[in-house]
Design a protein around this ligand. Sequence first.
Ligand SMILES: [Zn+2]
Length: 71
Amino acid sequence: MPTYCVNKNAQSNGDHEVHDLTFGACNRLPDYGNRLDLGYHPNCQSAVRQAKITYWKSNGCWYCCPACNTG
Ligand SMILES: [Zn+2]
């Protein structure tokens, strides 16, 4: 089961991007200091729900979580 993180810094549109931390899954990961660990999740939908507890405007990274990216 992959581990996920959410970027502590919002994108220009206000979204906090959720990323899959599986090695090689994403090459757009935030810097270590900007990652809030979300722990293990069976899928990105679950990870985004967890991220929204902290950042209501969270969204899947278009690169590693395209199924959870709502644009
Ligand atoms: Zn990503």
